[in-house]
Design a protein around this ligand. Structure first.
Ligand code: ADP
Ligand code: MG
Length: 730
């Protein structure tokens, strides 16, 4: 092992940046060349078919067979013209990554000639072997099949690899009995619910609004590590994070990495990643260093949410592939290194109408500001009502390392509004009356509302510690983990907002029926919401211990681990919410809950096994080897008749090493017993809790002793690349 470490050190320090050549100096020449976007559809489809496809995309109309046939033919012709030989349905099973099943365009004609074919049925629906994807007991392997079905609202694209090109068709994945088995289908359902709920509310202000969609811009944080370093760390390879490693003497204390210069090698990787992303129509825009050494971030321009999520999933694949070319490994884990900053995936979310209005952007008149306030306050009310569910939507074994640690949003959900909007909330609360308002009162209020500045983007007014912050014209959900599929939290967010908007509409209608004008009715309900949801608003430091106490006083929950956090997903309240809005059936909620627990158990189980094997098979032998050296040394000194005092330090070290070895071995054995006990539990929740509370509890103790050994044992024989070595990129 130590050989691997030293080879990695040598290789990584000898690397040169790889020269990347863009297809053209103008991005517009290659942006989206691998996407079957509107431009290509125009070219390959008749006007009528194009129109029908657009309608299906935007209004959700059904696509009839004939149209699908023509679209399939067009897609195939386009893909073959670019050299594609295969096609695949690209989908997002609950494993967390994306899945593909490749089929060839190749077919034999009646005369036995080879032809390229792609039928509408191959476009619209496929039957991958669903048995190998998690389904939470919805189907047992021999029962029914699952199938993938085309999502026309996300364009097909071509994935390039050294061995050829593949046409990828974004699809949803459902079981034969109709239950969803992926991340995309529920999101599409949530967007449908959102549209249904938001349009009637928009109509109070603007009769031209006929559809509402959510927009999303995902900031992606990640770490880079040299591929040879990665290969020399079995823990990174198997679990995505380092299970051991003493803190580097120089970590991020100096904060000199943030916005510092990007190393050339990394820059090459970024340029390459941007080119590949651009070709796929992923509008990557910013790149910079992050807080921790070897941590970086990229962000695209925001898009319609379904597309933004697909693009982020695709981006993670692209990053991984491109990194290999540059002898890097991308670490998307939320906490690859203990003691250093973790990675998140900030979800910048807003709502937008068919008329192009951002509903979370203040306008320049009282009317448009009231519209803004309506969506703004309803979002706050929704997050207040379902804070625990939103918390559950971002929970995972890996994100547990981040939330609640003092460098990421806490596990307590709260919303940051900023000073100006807090003031607006307070004014509405004071001035809107329970009784009918006088014309003077109304005018005064209108004037105030009209004063909300059009641009609220004041950087000094930003709070980086809030999990859910309003940032001028959008909310930023920062608690999402870097490795997560944003679909899930976004499904939850859009669902709770949809549900809230429906309630709002009902309440406002109730007041209007009593003869009160709509503006006043709206204000009354908004005021009520402001009062009701106060507890979720927090402008202070979210990292401090004070907030934990304050949050407790306010009745906000602070669940720091996954198994109990997931409870919020299956409460009566949540199930009612999902059913009411047509997102999940009761059965689907239970199945998903089970899958999430199962995933959690597997993750911790793997970490525990890897931890045990590295400690026993790599660390202890290295420590013994060094200990033997010390023993020899002591014996030699004794032989030549030196007094005890001369080798007392060696004796101390020998004893110290023995102590660490003994504890490590004992704890690894105990941990194995804890796993056995946990595995014997039949109830899946108890099983997961046991892994969380009993098995995981050994991690820090075992790690402590291994990390101590790292500081004692001869550097020459230490098997694992050290933190300093891994995070330094030359
Ligand atoms: P910061 O790091 O300061 O939070 P960035 O510029 O890195 O800001 O990221 C902001 C993200 O928010 C970008 O992806 C941007 O496209 C996105 N964004 C901006 N406006 C909207 C909007 N209306 N809806 C969704 N996302 C948005
Ligand atoms: Mg941000």
């Amino acid at each position: 092992m130590a050989i691997l470490r030293f080879r990695a050190l040598e290789n990584s320090s000898n690397r040169k940046p790889i020269v990347v050549i863009a297809p053209s100096s103008k991005v517009s020449d290659f942006y989206g060349i691998n996407v079957f976007d509107k431009e290509k559809m125009h070219k390959y489809l008749s006007k009528e078919v194009f129109r029908q496809l657009q309608e299906a995309t935007h209004i959700g109309n059904r696509i009839d067979r004939k149209v699908a046939e023509l679209v399939a033919a067009a897609m195939k012709n386009w893909a073959v013209s670019l050299g594609a030989t295969h096609y695949t349905h690209w989908f997002q099973p609950l494993t967390g990554s994306t899945a593909e099943k490749h089929d060839s365009f190749f077919e034999l004609s009646d005369e036995g000639r080879a032809i390229e074919a792609f039928s509408s049925s191959a476009l619209v629906q496929q039957e991958p072997d669903a048995s190998s994807f998690p389904n939470g007991g919805i189907r047992n392997t021999f029962e029914a099949r699952g199938y993938t079905a085309w999502d026309p609202s996300s364009p097909a694209f071509i994935m390039e690899s050294p061995s050829g090109k593949t046409l990828c068709i974004p699809t949803i994945f459902v079981s034969y009995t109709g239950e969803t088995l992926d991340f995309k289908a529920p999101l599409l359902k949530a967007l449908h619910a959102l549209n249904n709920a938001a349009v009637p509310v928009c109509q109070y202000f603007d009769k031209n609004v006929s559809s509402v969609n959510a927009t999303l811009g995902i900031e992606q944080e990640y770490f880079l590590v040299d591929i040879d370093m990665y290969n020399a760390r079995p823990d990174l390879e198997m679990t995505g994070r380092t299970l051991f490693g003493a803190e580097a003497a120089k970590g991020q204390q100096l904060d000199d990495h943030y916005f510092g210069t990007i190393p050339d090698r990394v820059n090459s990787f970024m340029v390459d990643m941007e080119i590949e992303s651009m070709k796929l129509g992923i509008p990557l825009k910013t790149r910079h260093n992050e807080v921790a050494p070897s941590q970086f971030e990229c962000a695209p321009v925001f898009e319609d949410i379904n597309l933004a999520v697909d693009h982020n999933q695709l981006l993670m694949d692209v990053m991984d592939k491109v990194a290999r070319r540059h002898h890097f490994k991308v670490l998307l884990h939320e906490k690859p290194y203990a003691g250093m900053n973790g990675s998140g995936k900030h979800n910048n979310w807003s709502l937008s109408t068919n008329t192009g209005k951002n509903l979370l952007s203040p306008g320049n008149s009282p009317k448009s500001n009231l519209m803004f306030l309506t969506f703004f306050i309803n979002t706050i009310r929704a997050v207040f009502e379902h804070a625990d569910l939103l918390r559950a939507s971002i929970t995972s074994a890996s994100n547990d390392h981040r939330l609640g640690a003092n460098e990421a949003p806490p596990a307590i959900m709260s919303i940051f509004l900023g000073e100006q909007l807090t003031r607006v909330m307070d004014e509405i609360e004071k001035s809107v009356k329970d009784k009918k308002m006088t014309p003077e009162e109304k005018t005064a209020l209108k004037l105030n509302i009209g004063k909300i500045p059009e641009i609220l983007l004041d950087n000094t007014d930003r709070n980086r510690t809030s999990p859910f912050a309003f940032t001028g014209n959008k909310f930023e959900f920062r608690a999402v983990g870097s490795s997560a599929n944003s679909s899930h939290p976004m499904t939850i967010l859009n669902t709770i907002v949809a549900d809230q908007l429906s309630k709002f509409h009902t309440e406002v209608e109730g007041i209007i029926k009593k003869g009160i004008k709509s503006d006043e009715a709206i204000l009354k309900v908004l005021r009520k919401y402001i009062v009701e949801s106060k507890a979720i608003r927090f402008e202070g430091n979210g990292y401090g211990d004070e907030w934990k106490k304050e949050a407790k006083r306010r009745g906000l929950s602070n669940v720091t681990t996954t198994p109990p956090a997931l409870d919020a997903f299956i409460t009566k309240k949540s199930i009612g919410l999902f059913e009411r809005n047509g997102i999940f059936s009761h059965r689907e909620v239970e199945a998903r809950h089970e899958i999430m627990l199962e995933t959690y158990i597997k993750k911790i189980q793997i970490e525990s096994r890897v931890m045990g094997s590295i400690a026993v098979n790599h660390i202890i032998p290295a420590a013994i080897k060094y200990q033997n050296l010390l023993v020899q040394n002591v014996e030699g000194m004794k032989d030549i008749g030196l007094p005890k005092e001369v080798f007392s330090t060696q004796i101390e070290l020998i004893k110290e090493i023995s102590t660490h070895i003994t504890v490590i071995k004992k704890k690894v054995d105990e941990m194995l017993e804890a796993r056995k006990k946990a595995n014997a539990l039949t109830d899946i929740r108890a099983h997961a809790i046991s892994y969380c509370d009993k098995v995981k509890a050994y991690f820090s103790e075992i790690r402590y002793h291994v990390d101590k050994l790292e500081l004692i044992v001869d550097d020459e024989s230490w098997p694992l690349p050290k933190y300093r070595e891994m995070v330094t990129i030359r």
